[in-house]
Design a protein around this ligand. Structure first.
Ligand SMILES: Nc1ncnc2c1ncn2[C@@H]1O[C@H](COP(=O)(O)OP(=O)(O)OP(=O)(O)O)[C@@H](O)[C@H]1O
Length: 848
């Protein structure tokens, strides 16, 4: 569009073009003095996205002017953040030498590329890769901000689940990988890769991590490591000198955890409500963590509750201890309060973006870790708390080193000085004292010279041209010692300097510059020493996060009076007076309900009017089961929960619109997924399945689904429905029990009791709810009239019968019209095919 690179360009623009060519997919932030400038199309994007004023500059001899805009370098990060959150990549191009020292054009290069998935200064980052080989989807996820690095091999659906679980900001895939659906749900930015990148990434990963075989990392095959390599390489080529510490990737598997897929997570509103509100989600209600690490872990266990009874019991034991020993809980919370995020500090420090304040935060964290460890070692009795305390590394040396080196409240920037303590470095102390006591030192020197020479009028003066000088009046010149060097002759006397004064002058004038430089060097040395200890910091993050997780469970149980569920292996579910943890928090006078499922009855068909509390109840059972598997206590009077392998919830309509499929199709896809993956130890929760199609089909499908679950799966199941026809199943199938949500009627008034009772509901009372919602009286009255007429379904059935009659007559007519004498074998075959088709249609309409 504008000038292409050519000899006529200014040298600076020629340099720009050369760099832009290498980073053509990025916005190039080109450092010019105190600004980062954007040129050409980049400038137009910058101006549009950031509201910057678009200016222009000459491109070279005889060339048109080119657009440009810029941002001050010291406030660039907020601009970069805005661009990155919109999916742009920003290449930061710096001046590599001091402009005043440079011969010709200043050397510049890109020092880092910031992308949505790799911007590790921000917590919301994360990048994933999928590499398909031999029909296996090898997936990896890396969060550069916390160091989380996991990978595994999956089916194509498994890969989707993996990606939905980790919600990366950026996805690296070969160009033929289908990403449309993911992009709609996740808003992930896609980065195409090449086959060569995969090979190179794998090689780099193996080299840098010193691994020659996947088994060394706990992987059974190479596949997932290809995906890891893609991410590792990407991080390396984008972050360059800012590469954060990346540990070895760990195999990801949901083995050992209760399986919870994306739709269940959405349907049960585990992390956020349908409207995207976190306070109305389960996480929002149970989160009492005090650190970001603990919070991330809580989120993780919400999506990966423990699938093994022993593990749950261990967590319960620790939670119970904290709940009973209030003093211990209080002290643990006090230490965790204000604990800096160790995982993020490790990323920032290893990634070369740490400020002195980050190191002071690390000191504070180390101090708190020591306290926490000592506290637990001394007072905790439960096995898990003691194990966690033992896993916390001793960070005392690190704490002492930072404490001895840095001042309490250092400035934000490393090059401003004022960050290193007194007594750390003699040269620094001397420079500081020179700076501070400069005048005094000069007076002392002046006194010394007077005494040495005997010239009482000797003076040390200063001017901008000469700097410091010693002035001696004419009568005293004969006393001037030989080591004085003459600088200037005046009418009244002469000016000299000495070696010592020159040194002093140099020290004085450059003290400030040197102080800043030396402090910076000392900071870098400290950073190096800290870097060596970072693995210990990194491995301490997990036990600290776990303690936070446990105390959060204990604290919420304490605050809300929750009780410990009994966990058993048998497939039972006994909950007495269970309450929905989220609805309870927002509804006055919540009505508790029981659940009693065992091997003889494990499928609940729950009917009841609209608004009677059916959905809340079935979700409540799923949420309590999930919480129990996290080791949490429960909102109920007592509970006996049989371990589940997976929880499946088909509730709400989810992301149908975004996916471009119909509500009914989406629902059927979900149910198909559940029926194929649930087993005898699963918990299934279905809310109004089949409502997206005709009543007739809906009832048939719902019945068939329940039948399949009872006969083929045997999973504990709760079905909320408006189809009272489903209650017929209680008599036809074993293990099925009818329940309904009770209402009381007083004339035309209805009161919802929110109480679960045995047996089926009387009526659906939809019209009553419509009236409550304020539908015009005319519409309500007409609906009432229609309800008393033959039901719509009857009309439907009648029309089906008529159609069958019509088809039968047509068949008879067709047969009567056959003239056997003139019919060829081919005609006969064609007629036979038509007849067969018509019979099929009759069977379909008549459901024979
Ligand atoms: N146990 C309860 N105690 C008190 N209030 C409740 C209880 N359960 C539900 N509610 C209240 O009733 C409202 C409706 O509940 P819910 O959505 O579960 O009804 P529903 O029977 O599934 O209705 P619909 O068939 O129209 O979907 C909830 O939003 C809540 O405010």
């Amino acid at each position: 569009m504008w000038s292409t690179p050519s000899d006529d360009l200014t040298p600076m623009l020629a340099q720009y073009h050369a760099l832009k060519q290498q980073y053509s997919d990025c916005l190039l932030f080109f450092r010019l003095g105190d600004f980062y400038e954007l040129f050409y199309e980049d400038a137009q994007i910058g101006s549009k996205e950031l509201g910057l004023v678009l200016t222009s500059r000459p491109a070279g001899k005889g060339k048109e002017r080119i657009p440009m805009c810029g941002v001050p370098y010291h406030s660039a990060s907020s601009y970069i953040s805005r661009l990155v959150s919109k999916g742009y990549k920003v290449a930061l191009c710096e001046q590599l030498e001091d402009a005043s020292q440079a011969k010709g054009i200043v050397r510049r290069d890109v020092i880092r590329v910031i992308t949505p998935g790799t911007y590790f200064e921000k917590e919301v980052c994360g990048v994933a890769a999928v590499y398909v080989k031999n029909k296996k989807h090898h997936c990896a996820y890396l969060n550069p901000s916390t160091g989380e690095f996991v990978a595994g091999s999956f089916s194509s659906e498994g890969a989707q689940e993996f990606l939905l679980k980790f919600s990366p900001k950026e996805l690296l895939v070969l160009p033929n990988y289908p990403t449309e659906k993911l992009q709609k749900i996740l808003k992930v930015f896609i980065n195409p890769i090449k086959e060569e990148d995969v090979e190179e990434g794998y090689r780099l990963l193996k080299e840098d991590m010193g691994v020659y075989h996947p088994t060394a990392l706990g992987f059974e095959e190479e596949g997932p490591l290809y995906a890891c390599g893609v991410l590792y390489r990407y991080l390396k080529i984008t972050q360059k000198g800012f590469m954060p510490l990346v540990g070895r990737p760990k195999p990801y598997s949901d083995e050992g955890y209760v399986r919870i897929d994306y739709r269940t997570r959405r349907g049960l509103e585990l992390i956020e409500s349908y409207e995207g509100r976190e306070d109305l989600s389960l996480l929002g209600v149970i989160d009492r963590t005090l650190t970001s690490m603990g919070r991330r872990l809580l989120r993780f266990y919400l999506l990966h509750p423990f699938g093994k009874r022993e593990k749950i019991l261990k967590v319960q034991e620790a939670v119970e201890e904290l709940l009973k020993d209030r003093e211990l809980l209080k002290d643990v919370r006090e230490v965790l309060e204000g604990m800096p995020d160790l995982e993020r500090l490790v990323s920032r420090i290893s990634g070369n973006v740490a400020t002195p304040r980050d190191l002071v935060l690390l000191k504070k964290a180390a101090e708190k870790v020591s306290k926490l460890k000592a506290l637990l070692m001394e007072r905790a009795k439960s096995q898990l708390l003691r194990e966690l305390a033992e896993k916390m590394e001793d960070l005392e040396d690190l704490r002492r080193d930072i404490d001895n080196t840095l001042v309490e409240d250092p400035p934000l920037h490393v090059k401003e000085g004022g960050l290193i303590k007194e007594g750390v470095n003699p040269t620094l102390d001397e420079l500081r004292s020179i700076k501070e006591k400069g005048e005094q030192i000069l007076r002392e020197y002046e006194d010394r010279l007077r005494r040495e020479t005997g010239i009482n009028s000797l003076k040390i003066g200063f001017n901008k041209v000469m700097g410091y000088y010693i002035e001696v009046t004419k009568p005293n010149l004969r006393f001037v010692p030989s080591y004085f060097k003459r600088r200037q002759t005046l009418s009244s006397g002469e000016r000299f300097t000495t070696q010592e004064l020159e040194t002093l002058e140099e020290k004085l004038l450059s003290a400030d510059v040197r102080i800043k430089e030396l402090e910076y060097q000392l900071f870098l040395q400290l950073r190096e020493r800290v870097l060596e200890k970072l693995p210990a910091v990194s491995s301490t993050a997990s036990p600290v996060a776990h303690v936070d997780y446990l105390q959060s469970l204990a604290y919420v149980a304490l605050q809300k009076g929750w009780i410990k569920p009994q966990m058993v292996e048998e497939p039972v579910l006994h909950i007495e007076e269970g309450r929905h943890p989220v609805v309870e928090a927002y509804v006055k006078d919540f009505v508790p309900n029981d659940t009693h499922m065992d091997e003889s009855s494990f499928v609940y068909i729950i009917t009841g009017p609209n608004m009677a509390g059916k959905s809340s109840y079935i979700r409540q059972v799923a949420l309590l089961t999930l919480l129990a598997h996290m080791g949490s206590f429960l909102p109920c009077r007592s509970a006996r929960i049989g371990i589940v392998s997976s929880i499946h919830a088909r509730v709400g309509s989810g992301d149908v619109l975004a996916l471009g499929i119909s509500t009914f199709m989406n629902e059927m896809l979900e149910v198909a997924g559940i029926l194929s993956s649930a087993d005898r130890r699963s918990l299934i929760v279905l809310d109004e399945v089949g409502r997206g199609t005709s009543t007739h089909d809906g009832i048939a499908i719902s019945k068939a689904i329940v039948e399949y679950i009872v006969r083929k799966i045997g999973a504990r199941t709760l079905v909320a429905t408006h189809y009272t026809e489903l209650t017929e199943l209680e008599d036809k199938l074993p293990h099925v029990v009818n329940y309904h949500m009770a209402v009381s009627r007083d004339g035309s008034q209805i009161k919802f009791l929110y109480r679960l009772r045995r047996g089926k509901a009387e009526a659906s009372l939809g019209i009553y709810v419509a009236k409550m919602a304020g539908l015009p009286q005319e519409v309500v009255n007409r609906a009432q009239e229609l309800l008393s007429e033959p039901i719509l379904e009857k009309v439907y059935e009648k029309s089906q019968e008529e159609e069958a009659k019509r088809l039968t007559e047509e068949i008879l007519r067709l047969i009567e019209g056959i003239d056997i004498a003139t019919t060829t074998p081919l005609d006969a075959l064609i007629t036979l095919a038509r007849l067969k088709e018509m019979v099929k249609n009759i069977r379909y309409t008549h459901k024979w």
